[in-house]
Design a protein around this ligand. Structure first.
Ligand code: ADP
Ligand code: MG
Length: 1030
């Protein structure tokens, strides 16, 4: 699909243009051709102008010529500059939608973003052709449609509001244009890496100062004066001692048209006041600014008289008083300075009176100086409000256009010189360099002839021989230099130059239309006659030292700022006005050359400033001198698209599988592969040594650019975001650390959470692995309680697992041991040594129990058997017996005979001593006749036996560990007693009072065994992972 998009338009046989991608265009937009490159008859000037005219009558004022935008001033509001229009042009291909200044703005912006190269937009055309309007539209587009931050909103406002301020102070009505810019303006708009406008800087060029004191017929002074008188409040005017009627001010009536119907000074004033406040002028500053404007008007009304002795004096005392008030200077000093000049001769200061004419000139010079310097101060002030450096720049040049009046003076000379320079730049960048490149590239090429105005530029600016040099020389020459002597010097030096004529040098026909004090320059845009009157003064641009001294003392801060004391001390002669201008233009050209240019060529359709009128002669003239036809021929014959191999390949390689992602071979070969893949025919492209030249531009918007830009943008954004997040994180951690001992809250939540989380993670890795492992990481203070709970939980869990892992037989063993422990632990001396020994399932194997006994028991199974000694109730004779436990009874067996059976129900209790003996007494219910009496037994495994009996009979709570003797019921309701005592050797025998005496050997075995040790006694099945060490 991308390949299809490469062919954007076709020219049909009927000369009509068919756009492949014309979906966005309405039928109306398709009047004529949108791009002059598509004109079939591209050599015909008539066809060119006809195309302009046809579109103009349909209100289609914009037409492309390749990447140049041609604009015709409509002199009416077209309603094509709304935010919706801006939206429509954003990010859209040049050719997809009808030509517009927004398209050019957007393209330039995108070029800046993608190529990271500084851009500039050069707007040219004669006075009134629409340059300033175009520059305002571009500025508006950037201010409104570029991405912006909240805090950039104020920058946007300042940017937009700088225009009304500069226009009020720097624009005036001329014969050519009701809102003519009388200064040059170059503005750098700065963008950051994301394309957000972050700042701007304005450079101003040579304000036409003479307008402050004089205007040609039909023209006005600067707008601000009229706006103040029309819009200022009563109080303001009262304070300034001003009258609303502009007719009363001599500086405002020279052109005899203080009021113009097309201009609304009141609105202008409102806009100015608002703009000043938005930009950040304080009330004090605004007041001082008004004082300066008022003072200029009063200065204009300051008149002089001449005494009989030739002395000059000020006749308008009242004006002077107001003037001194407004300027904040000393009245006497100002009067003196207006009528006298100071001279320094041989180091001595001399005061010499001024003639009547000189005093008038000094006054005018002061008015111009005050106004001119205040204008520069204004620009500085605006710059302060816009200052911020970005990473890329779009420069916007709106500078004076070529202009011709009845009388043309030094100002027109400078303005037209500037026009010549811009034309030079245009030629250099579009006509000359391109053609030269084809030549050096060895591309077959038929050169297009064009008029190179370099010869005129040289005529004006060449060192020693140029007009400016001659003018400067004449200004500093000792002796009687005057404007006419300057003219003579010009004639001497430049006589014979093809572009220079004077009355003296001209032939008859020209001589008739040239005054004796005039010289004519044949500019690229037409002939202009300049009157030399005032050239020297204006170039000298001097203000008497005494006036400067007075101004330096001013209490008005603006005036004080504008007239620096240093200026008085500086002995070096400042550069002359024309040379200063020349130097600033040279610098400007360098600035523009360093950037990638786009062009807007403005055309004025008629001289009457009227909508709908298309004056063909006028337009033809402009088309001619702007070199548009030549430009078109180079465009047509040449190749719309030129790039170095490397740049081309780099940019478009993703469009071809063979060149993506990396082309390994020769650059030229890669380019050739790519171009062929894109479907270009051999005649459509040429390859020189370094360039690929294709007849149709590969639209920048196609995938690759978008992808590349988006990808780079995304990467950069992601990187920036990551860095910002990391910095935030570190900051939060540090803050949290500082506040770590405080309550949990926004200051430390992140830090505390982090500490908790990392404790839990550490804990997870270092959990104790067995019930015996007592290690546990130290918790942070905030987690002490939770940590303890977790520790217990973990222990319970391990214990549970441990228990589950024990085998059934060992569980039984454990159960019994637990019961034994409950019964005997700390109670009976023989318990501790018994802990280590396992309880056996039985201590009499089947072979030891007599078969008869088994048969007698029948279905009753013997579950436990042990050998015991039974002591008779009478005489305590010891008798060996077997004690058997079945499911329901205790059976006492003598070899083959069952001697006694005690059902568990009949078992009343079991008694043992607290010592280490093996005596146990089974207490039996006596009412049962079958039962003889309680049984006194001796057994080696008393702990085991008692535990088993108690458990099987379910009589655990009936086991008694007796602290002293054990009483038992003997036969026939008699009571027997077993006494216990310690002695040298073990003995069980009849003692005193018919008691059974048990003598126990002192035993030093442990009194207590640690449960932990017991644990080792019990083998268990490995329960998962918490076993490995065990
Ligand atoms: N695009 C436009 N739409 C409407 N009116 C325009 C346009 N361009 C110029 N004009 C009119 O022409 C006048 C002169 O334009 P301006 O830009 O001041 O000329 P320049 O700066 O070239 O001398 C403006 O005041 C305005 O009335
Ligand atoms: Mg202008």
């Amino acid at each position: 699909m991308l390949r299809h998009r490469l062919r954007i338009f076709n020219v049909g046989v009927d000369g009509r243009v068919r756009l492949v991608l014309e979906g966005a265009l309405t039928a109306r937009d398709r009047v004529g051709v949108q791009d002059f490159v598509l004109l079939e008859n591209f050599n015909s000037e008539a066809a060119f102008i006809e195309n302009l005219r046809r579109r103009f009558t349909e209100n289609l004022i914009y037409t492309y010529m390749g990447s140049v935008l041609v604009s015709v001033n409509p002199y009416k509001d077209l309603e094509i500059y709304s935010p919706q229009h801006m939206e429509r042009y954003r990010g859209v291909s040049y050719y997809e939608i009808s030509p517009h200044i927004y398209a050019l703005s957007d393209n330039t912006y995108r070029a800046m973003k993608t190529s990271r190269r500084d851009q500039c937009i050069l707007i040219s055309g004669e006075s009134g052709a629409g340059k300033t309007e175009a520059s305002k539209k571009i500025l508006l587009y950037y201010a409104v449609s570029c991405p912006a931050h909240q805090r950039m909103a104020s920058l946007r406002d300042c940017l937009l509001q700088s225009t009304p301020v500069l226009e009020a102070f720097g624009n005036a009505k001329t014969l050519r244009n009701d809102n003519s810019s009388r200064f040059g303006k170059y503005m750098d708009i700065q963008f950051d890496f994301r394309g957000v406008p972050v700042g701007a800087h304005i450079l101003n060029y040579l304000l036409e100062k003479s307008r402050v004191v004089h205007q040609n017929h039909g023209e006005r002074n600067y707008h601000v004066f009229y706006q103040l008188l029309e819009g200022g409040t009563e109080e303001q005017l009262l304070h300034l001692h001003l009258d609303r009627n502009p007719q009363k001010y001599l500086y405002l009536v020279k052109g005899n048209c203080p009021r113009v119907s097309s201009m609304n000074d009141k609105n202008g004033w409102k806009a100015l006041v608002k703009a000043l406040s938005v930009i950040g002028f304080t009330e004090g500053e605004v007041q001082e600014l008004l004082d300066v404007i008022g003072s200029v008007l009063h200065l204009g009304n300051t008149q002089f008289g001449e005494e009989e002795d030739g002395q000059t004096y000020v006749t308008t005392e009242m004006e002077l008083k107001t003037l001194t008030q407004l300027l904040g200077v000393d009245g006497a000093a100002l009067t003196e300075a207006l009528t006298h000049k100071k001279l320094t001769a041989n180091g001595e200061e001399m005061i010499s009176p001024l003639t009547f004419e000189q005093a008038g000139a000094a006054r005018d010079a002061l008015a111009q100086a005050v106004y001119g310097r205040t204008f520069t101060w204004l620009v500085e002030k605006i710059n302060q409000s816009l200052a911020l450096d970005g990473s890329s720049v779009i420069g916007l040049l709106d500078i004076y256009g070529f202009e011709v009046f009845q009388h043309n003076s030094f100002e027109q000379f400078c303005i037209n010189y500037c026009s010549e320079k811009l034309q030079q730049l245009f030629i250099e960048l579009t006509l000359r360099s391109e053609q030269e490149e084809y030549e050096t590239e060895g591309v077959a090429w038929e050169p297009v002839q064009y008029f190179d105005n370099k010869v005129i530029c040289d005529l004006i600016e060449e060192k020693h021989k140029g007009i400016i040099s001659i003018l400067d020389e004449e200004c500093v020459r000792p002796g009687e230099a005057c404007d006419l002597s300057f003219l003579e010097k010009l004639e001497d030096t430049l006589g014979g130059h093809a572009h220079f004529v004077t009355h003296k040098l001209a032939n008859g026909k020209t001589r008739r239309v040239l005054g004796r004090e005039e010289f004519r320059l044949l500019h690229y845009a037409g002939e202009v006659n300049y009157t030399v009157t005032g050239f020297l003064d204006k170039n000298n641009d001097t203000l008497y030292r005494s006036l400067k001294e007075v101004m330096c003392q001013s209490t008005n801060h603006i005036v004080e700022h504008c007239f620096r004391r240093g200026e008085l001390v500086d002995q070096k002669r400042p550069e002359m006005a024309a040379t200063q201008f020349k130097n600033s233009l040279t610098k400007l050209m360098e600035t523009l050359m360093s950037k990638e240019p786009s062009y807007v060529r403005c055309i004025k359709p008629n001289d009457a400033k009227q909508p709908g009128r298309f004056d063909e002669v006028l337009v033809r003239h402009q088309v001619k001198y702007l070199g548009l036809m030549e430009n078109l021929r180079v465009r047509r014959a040449g190749f719309a698209y030129r790039r170095h191999f490397e740049a081309f390949l780099q940019r478009y390689k993703p469009l071809c599988p063979e060149t993506w992602p990396v082309w390994q071979g020769e650059l030229a070969e890669g380019v050739s592969t790519l171009v062929q893949y894109l479907g270009y025919k051999p005649e459509e492209y040429k390859m020189g040594r370094y360039l690929v030249l294709s007849e149709y531009p590969v639209p920048e918007e196609i995938g690759v650019i978008v992808i590349q830009a988006a990808w780079r943008g995304m990467k950069a954004r992601r990187r920036a975001r990551r860095r910002r997040d990391a910095a935030d994180l570190i900051r939060r951690l540090i803050k949290g650390f500082i506040h770590r001992h405080e309550e949990y809250g926004p200051d430390n939540d992140y830090f505390l959470d982090h500490v908790r989380c990392s404790f839990l993670k550490t804990l997870r890795r270092n959990l104790p692995r067995s019930v015996l492992d007592k290690s546990w990481p130290t918790p942070p203070p905030a987690l002490t309680q939770a940590s303890e709970e977790l520790r217990q939980l973990n222990m319970r869990n391990m214990v549970r697992k441990f228990c589950l892992a024990i085998l059934p037989e060992w569980r039984k063993q454990m159960d019994q041991k637990v019961v034994a422990s409950e019964l005997f632990r700390g109670q009976k001396d023989s318990y501790p040594p018994s802990v280590a020994a396992l309880f056996l399932g039985t201590r009499l194997g089947d072979e030891h129990i007599n078969l008869k006994v088994v048969q007698t028991l029948g279905s009753e199974k013997v579950q436990y058997g042990v050998s015991v000694i039974k002591y008779d109730r009478r005489g305590f004779k010891p008798r060996p017996r077997q004690l058997l436990l079945t499911g329901s009874a205790i059976i006492l067996v003598e070899k083959t005979k069952i001697k006694q059976r005690i059902d568990y129900d009949a078992l009343r209790g079991i008694s043992v001593s607290r010592l280490s003996d093996g005596i146990l007494v089974l207490h039996v219910l006596c009412e049962d006749n079958k039962q003889k009496a309680d049984l006194v037994l001796l057994c080696d495994h008393v702990i085991e036996v008692v535990t088993k009996v108690a458990m099987m009979a379910n009589k655990v709570d009936q086991v008694n560990v007796s602290q002293g003797s054990i009483r038992f019921s003997a036969a026939r309701s008699k009571e027997g007693v077993v006494d216990f005592t310690r002695g040298p050797e073990l003995k069980v025998a009849k003692g005193k009072h018919g008691h059974l005496l048990v003598i126990i050997v002192n035993d030093s075995s442990k009194s207590c065994i640690d449960l932990n040790e017991c644990v080792h006694l019990f083998p268990f099945r490995p329960p998962g992972r918490c076993d490995s060490k065990e």
